[in-house]
Design a protein around this ligand. Structure first.
Ligand code: NI
Length: 214
């Protein structure tokens, strides 16, 4: 069994005092996400049609660049349930955790997960090239499609889906981080948001919520 300290050091050779900065940024991203989604999630005990009603002004079609280099639209997935998660490949901790959760939940749905298309939309198009997205999405569920675009395209989709994103420049680090809201949009076969789920759940809880929607 590997010594966890050895593993940690080999994964991150930065001095201890630099390491907490992205971790704090990640924690802040969670707080932003919680604040941004509280209004949605507070209505959790409403029935499903009421919840779909709440998201009526949100979302809509978009066209972006897939990690394969092809242009992809939400409407390409007509008839399927689509999960949309916004994030970025340089995210130090929150995005990988949430994409792992989505992957694990889809695995639990077995054959039914074939009817679900997960999409990962970049909030950091400057660094998330299609090549970067291609390298990143292969760490998660096989069907995951990474989407990026120009700053204008991403800004437009972020507005449509009310996604908060904020670039944080760290003087101690050469790279910036992006605070962003983290929720899972569930979109039905007609392209409409039918629910917004919290990624702060277990794979089994998320799978159970998805079973209720399918
Ligand atoms: Ni993230």
């Amino acid at each position: 069994m590997a010594n966890p300290q050895t593993v940690h050091r080999s994964a991150d050779d930065r001095p201890q005092e630099l390491r907490w900065i992205p971790i704090l940024a990640g924690a802040f991203a969670v707080l932003v996400a919680v604040a941004a989604t509280l209004a949605f999630l507070l209505a959790g005990d409403r029935d499903r049609s009421d919840r779909a009603e709440m998201f009526a002004g949100l979302g809509g079609d978009f066209e972006l660049m897939a990690h394969t280099g092809e242009r992809v639209s939400l409407s390409d997935f007509e008839g399927q349930t689509v999960l949309v998660y916004f994030g970025y490949t340089y995210c130090p901790d929150v995005c990988p955790i949430h994409l792992t959760l989505i992957s694990a939940a889809l695995e639990r749905l077995d054959a039914r997960s074939n009817r679900i298309q997960p999409l990962f939309v970049s909030v950091d198009p400057a660094r998330d090239t299609p090549e970067a997205m291609a390298a990143y999405v292969q760490h998660f569920t096989p069907g995951l499609i990474g989407l990026t675009g120009t700053e204008e395209e991403i800004a437009q989709v972020a507005r449509q889906y009310a996604v908060a994103r904020q670039i944080v420049q760290d003087d101690a680090l050469s790279d910036y981080t992006v605070n962003h809201s983290s929720v899972i949009y569930v979109i039905n076969g007609e392209g409409r948001i039918v629910d917004v789920l919290s990624p702060d759940s277990t794979p089994e809880e998320l799978a159970e919520q998805l079973r209720g929607i399918l």
